[in-house]
Design a protein around this ligand. Structure first.
Ligand code: M6R
Length: 587
């Protein structure tokens, strides 16, 4: 869940790496570090906290054409300067940054200590430079020593390593993402493309088990066999401006606003692909939707829209629990993976499980070239552009849009879906623009609440789950989403004077959800209603138009806005909530 970057070329590597880390910070931000490689030494700086406003001059490094960096989300070893990356080998000639987990690190550490290597940090990652040095001491060249090291590792890694003497840079991956950027006489390695978008759009995604070595040229190699691999580059279509905040104070607000366009873009799918995926759903004997976090909530929504619109039952499973269902997987099963990043470890594992049983697979994913796209039989791209804020916003509504499209397509009514999505995307702008100021005031008014509850029935239930996740992950206030009737089976005990409850109401569920709202109000709850029409039970009313089965796309938008403002009102950073990372690449 960390971000890594390496640079070799004719620019100042310190600057490229520093800027690159700013754009990778969404992957982890509890500490950071940069190594700058010079004629006879590797200079390192490491700090606890976000890289935020660090400037080039703060690094205090002379210019260098070779550098690497890391922004960390701690797994092994607490958050400290010592545990921050990069890590150096004993002879200080090999420097490494790592994203992943070395599962057999205790055993390897013991072995290296017996060979006289002294560990400075508590991290599993420090294994890499020492083991590389250990192999190089046996007269094996840098590339060979890296390969031997990686062949000993159990677990996951994306690494960038530099050898001071040969000035070579190596990158390798197994289970964590790594992409090479190929510029004019310069090379980049990074966890994701934004760090090099300003310099080149030519990218080569490494697959698991691959290594790249960069000296004057770049070469790709199979880690196990050492054989060279020919890889094709892809041209990245994302614009560098898309990965910047522009006029917005935070990525979150920018990405909420982008929904004015992204919902429409999500619906612009190649007709042939929609036909093929529709057939996959129709032909399947057993359909599973899998995802994590927000993407899982979109899966829950899938269960409702496929039942309601396509009249088919789909199973919904949290990706990390998917292996429990292995006994039901056959070559007729279809497994659908939902993910913004396409790098979520639990989800990739679920798809590997599906593949083991020869299931058919397709993904709904945002990041082009991500690991998920290379695992699944087919991929529907969300077309949402980079989502940098740790919180999923626009990717969620894009997922919902694509699910709606598919559900109607299975029902043979694709035209209806397009009509609905068109209506929805026209309303998004108005919902955002009319609610920004109002919801800021509401958030400021109730910022000291200690609990939030959200209720919805039918299609609104998954939105209640997602709304609760938005509020709690950004404001650190406890929030829970429920199916409307469920609250009174226990949790209603927590309702007392002033407890805010969002009530997501639809024409179809209104008569029942409003009685649930009444039950809460009678116990002192403060009712925030989201509906197409106002009602006396609401203490506060947020109007969204009635768009039938497309309603889930709209309900979440005011809650995203509310969450953004409550975070600000409480002094929390909306883009980088504590303890979180955008891509959860560890299981
Ligand atoms: O990239 P993914 O959609 O696979 O990520 C899954 C979750 O980690 C993610 O949705 C997470 O819950 C959100 N960032 C929360 O806003």
């Amino acid at each position: 869940m960390c971000g890594i970057i390496g640079y070799k070329g004719n620019k100042d590597g310190n600057e490229v790496v520093l800027k690159g880390l700013h754009s990778l910070e969404y992957r982890g931000y509890d500490s950071w570090g940069i190594a700058s490689v010079h004629e006879n030494e590797i200079k390192i700086i490491k700090k606890v906290g976000q890289i935020g406003h660090i400037k080039l001059k703060d690094l205090g490094f002379p210019k260098s054409n070779l550098a690497l960096g890391h922004t960390r989300w701690a797994t092994h070893g607490g958050v400290s300067e010592i545990n921050a990356h990069p890590h150096l080998s004993k002879n200080k000639k090999i420097v490494v940054v790592h994203n992943g987990i070395v599962e057999n690190f205790q055993e390897l550490r013991r072995f290296l200590e017996e060979q006289g290597f002294e560990f400075i940090s508590e991290t599993d990652s420090e294994i890499f430079p020492h083991l590389i040095e250990y192999f190089m001491e046996q007269k094996i060249n840098f590339e060979g020593a890296v390969r031997r090291t990686l062949n000993k590792i159990e677990g996951s890694f994306a690494i960038v390593a530099i050898n001071l003497e040969s000035k070579e840079m190596v990158g390798a991956r197994h289970g964590s993402p790594l992409v090479a950027g190929i510029g004019n006489g310069e090379f980049f390695l990074a966890s994701d493309v934004p760090p090099f978008l300003a310099y080149t759009k030519k990218a080569v995604y490494l697959d698991d088990g691959e290594l790249t070595i960069i000296n004057k040229h770049i070469k790709f190699i199979n880690i196990e066999t050492g054989k060279e691999i020919k890889k094709q580059h892809q041209t990245i279509e994302w614009d560098v401006e898309q990965a910047k905040k522009g006029k917005y104070p935070h990525f979150m607000l920018k990405e909420i606003n982008e929904q004015k366009d992204t919902i429409k873009l999500a619906a612009e799918q190649p007709p042939e692909l929609i036909k093929k995926v529709t057939k996959m759903i129709e032909d399947a004997r057993g359909v599973f939707f899998v995802g994590c976090g927000t993407s899982y909530h979109a899966c829950v929504s899938a269960a409702y829209v496929f039942a309601k619109i396509s009249k088919i039952h789909v199973n919904v499973v949290i990706a990390s629990e998917f292996s429990e269902y292995e006994d039901f997987l056959t070559d007729k099963t279809l497994v659908v993976a939902l993910s913004q990043s396409g790098e979520t470890a639990d989800l990739l594992e679920a798809i590997r499980t599906a593949k083991k049983h020869n299931c058919k697979t397709f993904s709904v994913v945002n990041v082009v070239g991500s690991s998920l796209t290379r695992l699944c039989d087919r991929n529907i791209m969300m077309n949402a552009g980079p989502e940098i804020c740790v919180l999923s916003t626009k990717s969620y509504t894009s997922q919902l849009t694509i699910l709606l499209l598919l559900a109607y397509s299975v029902a043979g009514k694709l035209g209806k879906a397009k009509e609905l999505i068109d209506t929805v995307s026209k309303s998004v702008g108005e919902i955002i623009d009319t609610n920004l100021k109002k919801l800021k005031q509401l958030a400021t008014k109730i910022k000291d609440a200690t609990d939030f509850f959200l209720i919805g029935r039918g299609l609104a239930f998954p939105s209640a789950l997602e709304g609760a996740l938005k509020i709690k992950e950004i404001s650190y206030i406890h929030a829970e989403g429920f199916a409307g009737a469920e609250l009174k089976h226990g949790t209603i005990a927590l309702i007392e004077d002033g407890v805010p409850v969002f009530v997501l109401s639809t024409p179809a569920t209104r008569h029942l959800i409003l009685s649930n709202a009444m039950e809460i109000k009678s116990r002192g709850g403060y009712i925030i209603g989201i509906d197409s029409e106002d009602n006396d039970v609401f203490d506060y009313f947020i109007k969204v138009p009635d768009v039938g089965n497309a309603e889930p796309i709209l309900w979440i938008i005011p809650i995203q806005i509310f969450s953004y403002y409550i975070a600000l009102a409480r002094g929390c950073d909306p883009d980088k909530p504590r303890n979180l990372a955008k891509s959860v690449t560890v299981k």
